[in-house]
Design a protein around this ligand. Structure first.
Ligand SMILES: Cc1cc2nc3c(=O)[nH]c(=O)nc-3n(C[C@H](O)[C@H](O)[C@H](O)COP(=O)(O)O)c2cc1C
Length: 329
């Protein structure tokens, strides 16, 4: 993966409240692309410091493969967007991932100094808009992805993106936590696997051990969708607390979310409340068990260091490839 300076076709996907600096450093060391949401650092100084520390880390590696990227929520409800974009541009962030909105401003700002931008898309209509804004590629978010999953089967989305936009890179997101799934998205035409949930259960994450253990323990049937956290359906582990707050907005909330006069402010309010809930849940000793994870928990059996996760994924991917060659080669 020369374009992104990677050893392996793997992206550690950005995860709100989960991805931290240590995970990013280890991803870089493992030769993959480590990404984090800018919203994990809401104080300007914190974001600046993390970026400058990552830049020094990369500079000290003398071009060895391994890179990092920042995820910006480009939706209007993100009040930090403009400030965060400016800090990222000042720090010359090498890779951007945009999600939930119009990526035009980010693409223009990033391209002004040669950075790359990959846009989260769940369908071809949105991808076409990003293509017209001259994005460098897409994150194909398919069914079963952790966070805001897409409605379409991942394999179909990858194939269709490659057919419609053959010159653009596709990073495949949704349900990859074993190397055989990584191989299958590469075979479908993706340039890399974009993996979130698998990395929640890593040694370096500074979330509670309870959350990590739950990711190891949970099966795909334990994952449910809720629109209570951000207003957009999002995957969480089914816990008694999740059931208590409910998975769906009530009629009044839906009305406020649709009404042109209240829509913008209500969405901001819902997003703020959801952030507070999730933030509480990752703090030690908290009994509010509201944990985001995708269905790929099914194949996660162990908490491991990031470098082991990456090595294991690549070994499994190679094993699956050898088996295929033996059976059909
Ligand atoms: C705990 C968690 C937090 C997430 N936070 C974000 C986020 O802040 N921004 C974003 O664009 N995607 C977010 N995602 C989605 C991931 O970036 C990625 O698309 C997804 O995890 C891929 O699917 P997988 O979990 O099945 O590997 C999150 C996912 C999880 C599991």
């Amino acid at each position: 993966m020369k374009e992104l300076n990677l050893k392996y076709p793997v992206v550690m996907a950005p995860m709100f409240l989960v991805t931290n600096e240590s995970m990013l450093r280890q991803s870089i060391e493992a030769g993959i692309l480590g990404c984090f949401p800018s919203l994990n650092y809401r104080k300007d100084e914190e974001l600046k410091n993390v970026l400058s520390s990552l830049n020094s880390h990369i500079a000290g590696r003398n071009g060895q493969p391994g890179n990092y990227g920042v995820n910006l929520i480009v939706q209007r409800s993100n009040i930090f967007f403009e400030k965060h974009l400016q800090i990222c541009v000042d720090q010359k962030v090498p890779v951007y991932i945009t999600s939930l909105g119009n990526p035009k401003v980010t693409i223009e700002a990033a391209h002004s100094y040669g950075a790359k931008v990959y846009c989260d898309v769940t369908n071809i209509a949105h991808a076409k808009k990003c293509y017209d804004y001259n994005c460098d590629g897409f994150v194909a978010v398919g069914q079963g992805a952790g966070g805001h999953a897409g409605p379409n089967p991942l394999m179909l989305l990858i194939a269709s993106l490659k057919k419609n936009f053959p010159d653009k890179m596709v990073l495949a997101a949704g349900g990859i936590s074993h190397g055989s799934s990584l191989l299958s998205v590469l075979a479908a035409g993706a340039d890399a696997g974009y993996i979130g949930t698998r990395f929640i259960a890593c040694t370096e994450a500074s979330i509670t051990e309870e959350y990590k253990d739950e990711v190891v323990r949970a099966h795909m049937d334990n994952i449910v969708m809720t629109d209570r956290i951000s207003g957009t359906p999002c995957t969480i582990i089914n816990t008694p607390y999740a059931m208590k707050i409910g998975l769906h907005q009530n009629r009044f909330e839906r009305y406020l979310g649709r009404n042109p006069r209240t829509k913008k402010y209500f969405k901001m309010l819902v997003a703020k409340r959801g952030m507070n809930w999730l933030e509480d849940a990752v703090k030690p000793g908290n009994y509010h068990k509201l944990w985001c994870a995708g269905q790929s928990v099914e194949m996660i059996d162990e908490i491991k260091p990031i470098r082991t996760i990456v090595t294991d994924l690549m070994l499994e991917c190679n094993d699956a490839y050898e088996k295929l060659k033996m059976n059909y080669g």
